[in-house]
Design a protein around this ligand. Structure first.
Ligand code: MLT
Length: 391
């Protein structure tokens, strides 16, 4: 056999695995030091009560002959797809049920969707960005071109007519910077994609953090987007499903006269057996009125954490953005330190773990990401340590 040599073109380990390894080594060498993790965007609040009840009820059903279920529809049960459809309707987006595909999360689908596209395609990726877009395309051997996101364009690059690409990634609110595109800016990307016969892969995993009514939650709020964009969303950050696993992908039938929708269904029915029934019942509960109320309380809690971090940085005149419509704070490393230097500096001196900006691309060098997903207690403790140390 021949191996896929494209794997030689990616780093040995995934960004967050590298960080976890470094932190474990530090922890082993310094067992008396208490480490506060504000690195990977993993939630800390438990699932909502209504979700837990739905999970329990569904488990009971599975233990009874009359209500037991085996294989479900690969693209998800209609009870959940209808809830997702109604959720989009709240943002004035009309979707057909068969445009909604339930998945085990955005990360898997962002990688899996590449099955539908030729490896001859050129991919356009903003830099810095969620590493999955680059790594998955590198594994497949696709050519990647980058567009710079930086302080000059407020980390929101707009299309450059001189760059030709077939697959375009957009993440808004952005991971890692927390920057959010407005409707006019997204319209520019939609127009560019249509003009270039390109597809936009729109990652909306953080849409639930948007509070400004004018900002778009979905790319389908933009005219023309249904002709050129596939959207990925997840309950991970919205409802604390990082360990429970559920998300959804929208493949509109208007793209390529329905061909991509058909191909995705074919792909999923062949390679995926669907999200477990129990989990889908839990996800359904997220979209009920009570579920939405409960998750909003959790999102507000994380937002308050973001404010606590931001206030501490402001006090020390550390440049930063994010945190308002996103769980991430994107800051400039003090004293011109590189991202990894600042990572080591914080770990060694105050035992705070963040994510080095350079792990998200070359334009992330000199920046650093902190998450607001920690517990309140740990967020306050981390800020107190920072406050003392940065004096
Ligand atoms: C992150 O920290 O960037 C995210 O948690 C990664 C993910 O959602 O896979």
């Amino acid at each position: 056999m021949n191996i896929n040599t494209n794997y030689q073109n990616i780093s040995d380990s995934y960004l967050f695995s590298t960080i976890a390894k470094k932190v474990n080594e530090f922890s082993k060498a310094n067992p008396d030091k208490e480490i506060i993790k504000l690195g990977i965007g993993d939630v800390t609040l438990p699932l909502c009560k209504i979700v837990v009840k739905a999970l329990k009820d569904a488990s009971e059903e599975m233990g009874v002959k009359e209500t037991f279920r085996g294989y479900g529809p690969e693209q998800g049960y209609d009870f959940l797809r209808e809830k997702v459809q109604a959720y989009y309707k709240n943002h004035n987006v009309n979707l057909d049920i068969d445009e909604i595909f339930i998945s085990d999360g955005a990360k898997s689908d962002l990688g899996n969707i590449l099955d539908l596209f030729s490896t001859e395609n050129t991919v356009l990726v903003p830099d810095p960005v969620y590493p999955v877009y680059v790594d998955t395309n590198t594994m497949a051997g696709r050519k990647i071109v980058y567009i710079d996101a930086n302080a000059q364009n407020e980390f929101l690059p707009l299309p450059d007519e001189s760059i030709k690409a077939d697959i375009i990634y957009i993440c808004s609110p952005n991971n890692p910077t927390g920057a959010v595109y407005n409707k006019e800016q997204l319209k520019k990307w939609v127009d560019y994609a249509i003009k270039n016969n390109a597809v936009i892969l729109f990652d909306s995993a953080y849409e639930c953090f948007i509070t400004d009514k004018e900002l778009p939650h979905s790319i389908y709020e933009i005219e023309g987007a249904k002709n050129c964009a596939i959207e990925f969303c997840s309950l991970s950050k919205m409802a604390g499903f990082t360990g429970t696993r559920c998300g959804y992908t929208i493949v509109p039938k208007d793209i390529e006269n329905g061909l991509l929708n058909k191909m995705w269904l074919r792909r999923q029915t062949t390679k995926f057996n669907g999200v477990p029934y129990i989990i889908q019942r839990g996800a359904e509960a997220v979209f009920t009125l009570d579920g939405q109320k409960e998750i909003q309380e959790n999102l507000n809690y994380y937002k308050e954490n973001a404010k606590i971090i931001s206030d501490t940085l402001k006090k020390h005149n550390i440049w930063h953005i994010g945190g308002k419509h996103s769980p991430y704070i994107w800051l400039k490393c003090p004293n011109n330190m590189t991202s990894w230097e600042f990572f080591d500096y914080l770990l060694e001196n105050v035992q705070i773990v963040g994510t080095p900006g350079s792990g998200f691309g070359k334009n992330g060098e000199g920046y650093f990401r902190l998450t607001s997903f920690g517990s309140r207690e740990n967020t306050i403790k981390a800020c107190e340590r920072l406050d003392k140390f940065l004096k």
